[in-house]
Design a protein around this ligand. Sequence first.
Ligand SMILES: NC(=O)c1ccc[n+]([C@@H]2O[C@H](COP(=O)([O-])OP(=O)(O)OC[C@H]3O[C@@H](n4cnc5c(N)ncnc54)[C@H](O)[C@@H]3O)[C@@H](O)[C@H]2O)c1
Length: 483
Amino acid sequence: MLTLNNPALLRTECYLNGEWVTADTGDTLSVTNPATGKIIATVPACSAAQTRAAIDGAALAQPDWRKRTAAARAKVLHAWHQLILAHQEDLAQLMTAEQGKPLAEARGEIAYAAAFIQWFAEEGKRTYGDVIPSPFPNSRIVVIKEPVGVCAAITPWNFPTAMITRKVAPALAAGCAMVVKPAEQTPLSALALAVLAEQAGIPAGIFNVITGDPRVIGGELTANEKVRKLSFTGSTAVGRLLMQQCAPTLKKLSLELGGNAPFIVFDDADLDAAVAGAMASKYRNSGQTCVCANRFLVQASVYNAFAEKLAQAVTTLKVGHGTEVDVTQGPLIDEAALCKVESLIADAVAGGANILNGGRRHALGGTFYVPTVLTNVLPTMRVAKEEIFGPVAPLFKFETEAEAIQMANDTEFGLAAYVYARDIGRVWRVSEALEYGMVGINSGVISTEVAPFGGQKSSGLGREGSKYGIDEYMEIKYLHMGL
Ligand SMILES: NC(=O)c1ccc[n+]([C@@H]2O[C@H](COP(=O)([O-])OP(=O)(O)OC[C@H]3O[C@@H](n4cnc5c(N)ncnc54)[C@H](O)[C@@H]3O)[C@@H](O)[C@H]2O)c1
């Protein structure tokens, strides 16, 4: 039973153009608690016509929002940030109920999500242009930045709040309006953000949350020419599809897609620190994180020692319902995710991998899975090529630095990578050779609002966070001025 201190945060209508609405067709989507398998709410399955109306509303509201000073926009964003922090506990409860992650992680995500709003409220004041000396006499070239206009966001279920604020905060700070379609598994966190946005005084039409069939809403968001930018976080397959759908209207795109992060442990690494980093990177959110370590590449001379220490560490994880005190690993999002994990492990074992820990469903049933460590894993196995998105650490062996780099880059993805080593020369050489957007060095946690999060290769386009993140929502214009 979900009980909130402020029950008004559990909203089950969409927030479009400053109004709370149901679907014009009357259709709904069910929201299931992955820990219990029970339906906890239903939300509207809105139509393409409603999506169009939301875009129209955003297009009408955006010019006034844009005309405000950045300081005036920041004031409203700071109010939203404060309200989110004031309701951190309720928001965390909602997130755990629909997503399954332990409450401590959910609380952490709320603070992290709010930090983007605070950061971009201030960064919006620093969207400086430039003055370029002209090659012609008596003239100057002045470069200015302007908001893109109406933007759309399509977000995943694994970080139901942060994946929204990472996009909405820079967009609003820049002077844009946003229509957000959250994942169908986790709409309640998104709608609660809208409740607080309304309270904070974000004007009607500037922040909209629409729920429903992804193809219906995504189809309109990508086809509508009033939407000038799409920011998407999710799988590479859907990212490619949306990119195609945006081609006719040539929208700007940010795509934060899948990963296949290598976690490289060299023989000079502090092994205890590497295990601590591995635990944070791999088992957080039950391994359902795009920057999760997906392949552990361990130098042969420390392979057994690292494997033993990691297998020991995972026994300290407590699997259970995210609302229970001390639980450190919740369920997977659904049965399909669990089946994928099982089939990857079966493939590895059939090819000769050993299960050092786990490798089976948890006695709790449902979608709970025992944290797993696999040894003797080979780069030819499926587990080396696909995003696992579950609590499974496959350990690969390498001999030389060159081999580690070759194995690390042997994937279409290029989101996050991790390197554990003490030799500073090695750290530089390897980091520069890695074809990844982010490298954690002796650190298993890399994401922060002040850094440019994003990937290379099939992991996507664009950056979120930092000064680079706000540029994604700004057009560049220059004035060639005769004096
Ligand atoms: N790079 C990053 O920043 C980052 C962060 C979190 C998750 N991810 C990635 O997200 C994936 C997991 O999320 P998922 O399983 O929800 O991904 P997904 O691609 O299935 O879904 C993501 C979003 O896209 C929507 N969607 C699905 N099909 C659509 C369609 N045809 N048209 C329009 N919208 C559509 C979904 O409703 C959801 O809102 C993983 O690959 C993970 O690596 C990436």
